[in-house]
Design a protein around this ligand. Structure first.
Ligand SMILES: [Zn+2]
Length: 97
């Protein structure tokens, strides 16, 4: 079982052979300051869905557990985004009637 990410306040699992989770590894690779990750973003936002997709893409293909978890997170993010958009459409229809 993977350890937790070494970044303060991050509860994600560390990537294989790393002290950091995938999201924080990515930030470091990009030369960005290490900051809290997308999971703290608003559920149902477009950004949350995009980040879930990026995380899934970055999983090492042989890591089945991480892959399954990332896909579940992506599915949930897309589902929540769809709910937000559907609610918005309903609200728009109600207004125009
Ligand atoms: Zn982290």
């Amino acid at each position: 079982m993977a350890d937790e990410c070494a970044i303060d306040g991050c509860t994600r699992s560390a990537a294989p052979r790393s002290a950091l989770c995938w999201g924080h590894l990515k930030q470091r690779q990009r030369g960005q300051p290490l900051r809290p990750l997308a999971s703290r973003r608003r559920p149902g936002s477009f950004a949350t869905a995009v980040d879930a997709a990026i995380d899934a893409r970055d999983i090492e293909s042989e890591d089945d557990v991480a892959w399954t978890r990332a896909l579940a997170r992506l599915r949930m993010a897309i589902h929540r985004r769809a709910e937000v958009l559907a609610a918005r459409m309903v609200a728009r229809k109600t207004k125009s009637n």
